[in-house]
Design a protein around this ligand. Structure first.
Ligand SMILES: Cc1ncc(C[n+]2csc(CCOP(=O)(O)OP(=O)(O)O)c2C)c(N)n1
Ligand SMILES: [Mg+2]
Length: 359
């Protein structure tokens, strides 16, 4: 289906319009229980996100990158992941983590300043989220190459922002993926900004999806506020990857509804009108309206979903805050199996400095 939407012609895959109506012939055949689970995960992401912002303001969490407005991108992409697949996420991916079953307490613990929170539990194939912009694309393509060498039939996902497409790592990864036909699903959340830099200053390409064509594989632009469109594109791309059909680039067209992170103030560089226009395209509301039209949503169920999310979030906060905070030694401990002498010296210097003087 994704071939039917040509990025060079400005075509974008949209299944649900803003009022939640599905376009005939494009609706994926998902069982009601799956649809409802997707909605629950979107709500959990939103509630957990709002809580993280509050915790940061209270000094209980470090700098945090909000997922507000990205719930369809994140949960939709994760909904295409099958057992055995791998995921290489980035710093704005809480919905991916939650949809794949990562413990929220661990995720919070990481953002509270302890990298132990990113040690993925056994059984989940999630690489630690990347802070260096676009570095995860290389890791994902490398893992895709490993899957090819080992003849494993799996898909390797990676997500990144529009700003990441200006990085060399992105282009190197794309090039390698195209040449070696790695089984990658590369999903760009084009949220129109890289901190304060607008999409128009990022690339002169009409779309990000079309960049795939130059690397010899397919790219598709989808409505990133439409979870069914993201799900359909990611599912098809993953099936293609597992079947040996090579990589796909998906551009999920969306908008960053919050500040870049808690240390940013987006009001300084973008207009209220833009924000108001995108509020009407809220991905959670759109999917709720769709579920309502299918008889899968009512007020009582909404209440139970919201209450379950709130309870899960409160439990996760308590769990994360009960864990140990990071020590100075933790900053040095995990790069090498055995700490080299230079690093040992640095650790000793740092500890001495914090005790009130240099050695
Ligand atoms: C290699 C690198 N350069 C710069 C930064 C600082 N930085 C953090 S986020 C960001 C912008 C990322 O924008 P985008 O890729 O669009 O993702 P978004 O934040 O919009 O989700 C920058 C420049 C970084 N983390 N890594
Ligand atoms: Mg961006």
């Amino acid at each position: 289906m994704i071939e039917r939407f040509d990025p060079l012609k400005g075509e974008r895959l949209q299944i649900l319009d803003e009022s939640g109506r599905a376009r005939p012939g494009l609706e994926p055949a998902l069982p009601p229980a799956d649809l409802r689970r997707m909605y629950e995960r979107m709500v959990l992401t939103r509630v957990a996100d709002a809580k993280a912002l509050k915790l940061q303001r209270q000094g209980r969490m470090g700098t945090f990158a909000s997922s507000l407005g990205h719930e369809a991108c994140q949960v939709g992409t994760a909904s295409a992941v099958a057992a055995g697949d791998w995921f290489f996420p980035y710093f704005r991916d809480m919905g991916v983590y939650l949809a794949l079953g990562y413990p929220l307490a661990d995720y919070y613990h990481y953002w509270m300043g302890n990298e132990a929170g990113l040690r993925t539990p056994d059984g989940l194939n999630i690489f630690p989220l990347a802070i260096p912009v676009a570095s995860q694309v290389l890791h994902a393509v490398g893992a895709g190459m490993a899957a090819n060498i080992r003849k494993l039939r799996l898909a390797v996902f990676s997500t990144f922002g529009d700003g990441a497409t200006s990085e060399g790592d992105f282009h190197e990864g794309m090039n390698y993926a195209g040449v070696f036909r790695t089984p990658n699903v590369l999903v760009c959340y084009n949220n129109q900004f890289a901190i304060s830099v607008p999409r128009s200053r990022q690339t002169a390409s009409a779309t990000i999806a079309q960049k795939a064509l130059a690397y010899g594989f397919g790219g598709v632009q989808v409505d990133g506020n439409d979870i069914l469109a993201v799900h359909a594109a990611a599912t098809e791309a993953a099936e293609r990857a597992r079947a040996g059909g090579g990589p796909t680039l998906i551009e999920a067209f969306t908008y960053r509804m919050g500040d870049h992170t808690t240390s940013d103030d987006a009001a300084r560089y973008r207009s209220k009108d833009d924000l108001a226009a995108w509020e009407k395209r809220d991905p959670v509301v759109r999917f709720r309206l769709y579920l309502g039209s299918k008889g899968l949503w009512d007020e009582a169920w909404e209440k139970s979903v919201q209450e379950a999310a709130a309870e899960a979030v409160e439990n996760a906060v308590a769990g994360a805050e009960a864990r140990p905070t990071a020590t100075v030694a933790d900053l040095f401990a995990y790069t090498y199996a055995a700490m080299p002498p230079g690093l040992k010296d640095e650790l000793a210097d740092t500890e001495a400095f914090l005790k009130g003087g240099l050695r």
